[in-house]
Design a protein around this ligand. Structure first.
Ligand code: 1GP
Length: 253
């Protein structure tokens, strides 16, 4: 059963070809500043807000952040958890994700078993997603005990993604790591995209128009940005990224 948020994302991807999601890391912000970022990102045309980070945050702070964001935006708020502590009852949905190239079963299925009852109790919409860490992987790679797939081995990313699809995961996320010096290269995005039918999410190190153009032309359906808005005029930056997506998908049609 696909829930409301998933249907919304799929419909938007079908209509627009590709969409933008704004990632807010609760560790890096107060609730007040998170809600201001979210509101400006919505005005800039982002399709949804993801909330999550790679390290530690208290659940009470996460709850405050999500609750405050929910008060000011109409677009969905989707949790992007790195552990069971990343679950908040106030969100609309949760990426129910497995870190496919982790060497630790905890990140493959252990945290999910511990978190599943909470997701049910809170009535959160669970969206199954495969998380694949590539390139240098940054903090997410270290915390998730991943063996990151080198950018020079796109075929390995592609077979991870195909396995994810065959396992029934409905989205695949190629993660270069927050703050990555180089975003996921077009060759890798393209090879993964050709292998799968489910929507492809790409994030990590996307800062410039050219990064967005390259990722969307290569087949990314969802572009996630986090860091780039931290010290920027949020509305203007998000609007620039969203317009670049629209222009690029226009060219690809
Ligand atoms: C991290 O892919 C996201 O999980 C976003 O990365 O912060 O580099 O935009 P950035």
């Amino acid at each position: 059963m696909r829930g409301k948020v998933e249907q919304y994302l799929l419909k938007k991807i079908q209509n627009d070809g590709a969409i933008h999601l704004t990632l807010i890391d609760p560790e890096e912000t107060t609730a007040a500043s998170a809600s201001s970022i979210a509101r400006k990102a919505e005005e800039g045309g982002t399709a949804g807000i993801m909330v999550g980070g790679s390290t530690f945050t208290s659940t009470s702070h996460l709850d405050n952040v999500v609750k405050t964001i929910k008060r000011v935006v109409k677009i969905p708020v989707i949790l992007f958890p790195n552990n069971v502590t990343g679950i908040s009852r106030y969100a609309d949905a949760i990426w129910f994700m497995s870190l496919l190239n982790s060497t630790d079963p905890y990140f493959l299925v252990g945290a999910q078993i511990l978190g599943a009852p909470l997701v049910k109790r809170f009535g959160l919409e669970a969206i199954p997603m495969a998380y694949i860490i590539v390139g240098e992987g940054e903090t997410a790679g270290v915390i998730g005990k991943a063996t990151p797939i080198p950018y020079t081995k796109p075929e390995l990313a592609a077979v991870h993604a195909l396995a994810a699809q065959y396992l029934g995961m409905r989205f695949v996320y190629l993660e270069g790591g927050s703050g990555a010096k180089e975003p996921v290269p077009a060759t890798m995005i393209n090879m993964v995209k050709k292998m799968i039918d489910v929507p492809l999410i790409v994030g990590g190190g996307i800062r410039k128009k050219e990064h967005v153009e390259s990722a969307v032309s290569a087949g990314a359906n969802i572009i996630v940005t986090g860091n780039v808005i931290e010290n920027a005029n949020v509305k203007a930056k998000v609007s620039e990224l969203v317009h670049t997506i629209i222009q690029t998908t226009g060219k690809c049609k």
